[in-house]
Design a protein around this ligand. Structure first.
Ligand code: ADP
Ligand code: MG
Length: 236
């Protein structure tokens, strides 16, 4: 049968320990599964970037995170590693359905995130898909119900929420809003609201942006619970 979910007995222990990972400089020093470590090694990722150093310990402990750091600073791994680790710890299988959603403003960014996810998840047994439009909706819909992790543009995701029977988001564990500032700039605020209204309230939410605007702070206020605010202005 499906494994018991909804509680993570090691969470408290990890929480207590997370401060000791605050000084981690390499991925090897973080409390990651061997599968994830092997994927990172194969992709030749060894040293943490500044935003990864500051945000990963909190994100891995399951906290909500608002991370701001300029383009090119390594925000993608900052959310992909915690997603993969959480589903791994929960022994997520194909039968458990959708465990994590990543929303990003453009197709190009979604494809880049998906490529990075293939590296981090190379040795894991998780299914992942892209929902970015430009493909046949029916094709997407037929594969959708089997995916554990989806990387989406907002419009296409909402379309499937409205139109695809059997698309079940009720088990979702992690929501990521990547480039939240651009999602809002592109006029997706109402779409985001409608998407979030379809998701379980008890979940981990991580919000990333290159800039700290008022609209991003408002979005954080509405979608995050007791978040860690982590901003990196320049590489140390
Ligand atoms: P951002 O989302 O902040 O713009 P990305 O996550 O796209 O940044 O990362 C930018 C580039 O840095 C990518 O090519 C990525 O592969 C690389 N990168 C990310 N983290 C690391 C790391 N820890 N070590 C080496 N390269 C990294
Ligand atoms: Mg990015």
């Amino acid at each position: 049968g499906a494994p018991a979910r909804g509680s993570d007995p090691s969470a408290a222990a990890r929480d207590a320990a997370s401060t000791s990972y605050a000084g981690a400089r390499t991925f090897d020093e973080l409390p990651l599964s061997q599968y994830t470590k092997d994927g990172l090694k194969k992709a030749k990722y060894f040293t943490l970037t500044a935003i990864q150093r500051s945000a990963l310990p909190h994100a891995l402990a399951g906290r909500d995170v608002l991370g701001a750091a300029k383009t090119g600073s390594g925000k993608t791994l900052t959310f992909l590693i915690p997603i993969v680790e959480k589903l791994y710890r929960l022994k997520w299988t194909a039968l458990d359905g959708l465990g994590a959603l990543v929303l990003t403003p453009t197709r190009e960014l979604a494809v880049q995130i998906f490529e990075e996810l293939k590296k981090v998840g190379a040795f894991h047994d998780l299914s992942a898909g892209l929902l970015i439009g430009g493909k046949n909706v029916a094709d997407e819909a037929s594969r959708l119900t089997r995916m554990n992790i989806l990387v989406c543009t907002p419009g296409r995701l909402l379309q499937h929420m409205d139109e695809t029977p059997g698309f079940d988001t009720s088990s979702l564990q992690v929501l990521v809003l990547d480039e939240a500032d651009r999602i809002l700039d592109m006029g997706f605020a109402a779409t985001l609201d409608a998407i979030v209204a379809n998701l379980p309230q008890e979940r981990q939410t991580m919000l990333f942006s290159a800039t700290q605007t008022k609209s991003v702070r408002d979005l954080a206020r509405l979608s995050l619970t007791d978040p860690e605010y982590l901003a990196v202005h320049a590489e140390a």
